[in-house]
Design a binder for this molecule. Structure first.
Ligand SMILES: [Zn+2]
Length: 151
């Protein structure tokens, strides 16, 4: 388990070995992570299955995150979701199983079309709502995304 600077983990979250939470992630109350793809009692071998939360991502209250997945940069997972596959960068995803439904800006307030250019992912709302360090992180992560509309 790795938890980085600026991350917020709310009450009742189950974080197991294999979960990597780097900088500026938000994990809502009672989120459940897993770390075993084939859980069985009485096994002689057990390999930790990893889950990676990318920079700036947020997970809504009560969500379940299965292992062997990545949640993208500044992705936003709606409350009560069950995440069973990778979630792209700057996407709002929710449901059972969680599916991407739109793009979101860096602060998560603006819902955007999937065709939005990556240069539009930081908006006025973000500059009003995020501290400068997180804005700079978002700028770096956007630069690291592949192509203008990379998902
Ligand atoms: Zn915003």
């Amino acid at each position: 388990m790795e938890i980085g600077r600026g991350s917020r983990i709310q009450n009742g979250v189950s974080v197991y070995r294999g979960v990597i939470i780097n900088k500026w992630r938000f994990v809502g109350p009672h989120v459940i992570f897993t770390n075993d793809l084939s859980p069985r009692a009485g096994t002689t071998k057990w390999e930790i299955c990893k889950t990676h939360l990318a920079s700036g991502s947020s997970i809504g209250a009560g969500s379940i995150i299965t292992c062997d997945i990545s949640i993208g940069r500044f992705a936003l997972i709606g409350a009560g979701s069950v995440v069973t596959s990778n979630i792209p960068d700057f996407c709002l995803a929710y449901g059972l199983p969680a599916r991407p439904v739109s793009r979101v800006c860096a602060c998560g307030k603006s819902r955007l079309d999937f065709s939005v250019h990556k240069s539009e992912l930081i908006r006025d709302c973000c500059r009003e709502r995020l501290i400068q360090e997180v804005i700079e992180l978002a700028e770096q992560e956007i630069d690291n995304m592949d192509g203008p509309n990379a998902l």
